[in-house]
Design a protein around this ligand. Structure first.
Ligand code: SF4
Length: 232
């Protein structure tokens, strides 16, 4: 398998992080508050699927697991594109084994727009880079993508979604994705562990789940800030 959007973003933050994901994933320690945020994000994403009315969802799991069957999902997506389905959720694409699944792919007169749903009050640069990776894969798969959107939280339950157009910025990341994707593909397959000194990348833009492993079992940054918190 090549790399996914998540692999790409993690590999850009730190190559060793991606290498550990592939070779020593059991060393990962996901803080409970982060896991809660990830779960809440999934719920928000599920609700957003219906924002344009009826839709077809492409998710297929490997038998007896909750692991997505990427190949089957990509094939199903192609069937729905050929059938003219208007709104395709979890639309999956494979390009030389590199994979992406977009939250909502919506047919337009010229081609498609897509929407990435983020459980956040505003758009961050990381979200636009994410969308740039997805645009790169879909564009290389021959899809005509018009507009690219990030969906964030609305102000209340009556207005749950805000649609932010990030087309220009996301498409602008295409060359950057191409400059990195093949190196990350090669690197993740190497057998020797990548040697990288811990540094700023361990906490930016996200705190690394291998923090303890690379810092000789030290507490993570969030644990340190909690222990320094007078209210804790
Ligand atoms: S803790 Fe730092 S050096 Fe280690 S994998 Fe994570 S980001 Fe890379």
């Amino acid at each position: 398998m090549g790399i996914t959007k998540t692999d790409f973003m993690r590999g850009i933050q730190c190559k060793k992080m991606l290498w550990l994901d592939k070779h020593k994933p059991k060393l990962k320690v996901i803080p409970p508050e982060i896991q809660m945020r990830l779960d809440a994000g999934n719920d928000f994403g599920d609700r957003a699927m219906g924002m344009f009315g009826e839709y077809e969802e492409m998710t297929i799991y490997r038998p007896g697991t909750t692991i997505p069957d990427k190949k089957a999902m990509a094939e199903r997506t192609q069937e729905h594109i050929k059938m003219g389905t208007s709104v395709i959720c979890e639309a999956a694409f494979l390009y030389y084994n590199n994979y992406c699944a977009v939250d909502i792919l919506r047919r337009t007169i010229q081609g498609f727009d897509f929407y990435e749903v983020k459980n956040a009050p505003q758009v961050h640069d990381q979200f636009i880079k994410d969308a740039g990776f997805q645009y790169y894969i879909m564009n290389r798969c021959g899809l005509n993508i018009g507009h690219i959107h990030i969906v964030t939280h609305g102000e209340d339950e009556e207005h749950p979604f805000v649609v932010n157009d990030v087309t220009e910025e996301a498409k602008g990341y295409s060359n950057w994705v191409n400059d990195n994707i093949w190196d990350l593909n090669r690197m993740q397959k190497q057998t020797d562990e990548i040697q990288i000194e811990p540094g700023e990348q361990c906490c930016k833009p996200y705190e690394c789940w291998y923090y303890g492993y690379c810092h000789d079992g030290q507490l993570s940054i969030s644990d340190i800030s909690k222990s320094n918190d007078p209210l804790n």
